[in-house]
Design a protein around this ligand. Sequence first.
Ligand code: HEM
Length: 242
Amino acid sequence: MAEAVAGPLDQHHFAIRRLHSLMGIVPIGAFLFNHLLTNSTAFLGEKNFDDHVLWIHHMPWLLAIEVCFIFVPIAFHAVYGVVIALQARSNVSRYGYGDNWRYMLQRVTAWITLVFIVVHLVHFRFAHWFGAESYAAAHPYFLAFTQQGFTMWLPMSAWMVIYVIGLAAAVFHLCNGLVTFCITWGVVIGDDSRKRLSLAAAALGLLLMAWGLISLYALGTMEARGPGGAEPAHVAQHEHLS
Ligand code: HEM
């Protein structure tokens, strides 16, 4: 009987899988870290946020950097991630161990993150393709994001729910992925170092969640807090006069 011929994906399975794994950390994970850090400056006030976003928008070769270090790696990781996720077999109903749950959650959060990234790109990066104003031209950014972005197409409360779910999925996927990455690549060997790494990844997850949540809080409560910072403009004025 003739043997089945392996396709290119099977032939290069090991190398492609390693590349998929590496891309999850660099550049995609590194980008997510930086993205959440930049967004968290919204909590420090409109000017702080605007200065950071303006600096990014004025970077030379921005489009080339975006394509090479963000869009292409995410597209590759997502497409091959879908291939891996479709082959996944969850067995948590029979073996309810932590590792089995994390394996399953890595795949569940992959699907949620995929949908969220598409929604997020349509909502902000490519909104002008769908009839909204371009954010690149908008200024100040803080007001544009708050007044246009988070009230466009859906009520702000619905956007906040979508962003909290997407944020939690992406953060879990990255931090749990950091642990599986280190195991796959032989960076950690043995139970003790694995436990320490899991704790460090959980701490990183809390930090990233905090950055994400305070930026959503700042953008979502701008009117109550006033555009300039931590307190409503009329309260600050009142205190100044009294
Ligand atoms: C914010 C975007 C994303 C980041 C930061 C990210 C990061 C990571 C990291 C660090 C890993 C661990 C690699 C390893 O275990 O060696 C991973 C694994 C994985 N990612 Fe992503 N990822 C993202 C988006 C996606 C998307 C959109 C999908 C597709 C649906 C996806 C599917 C997967 C799958 C299936 C795995 C498990 C691979 C395995 O167990 O071998 N990821 N990701």
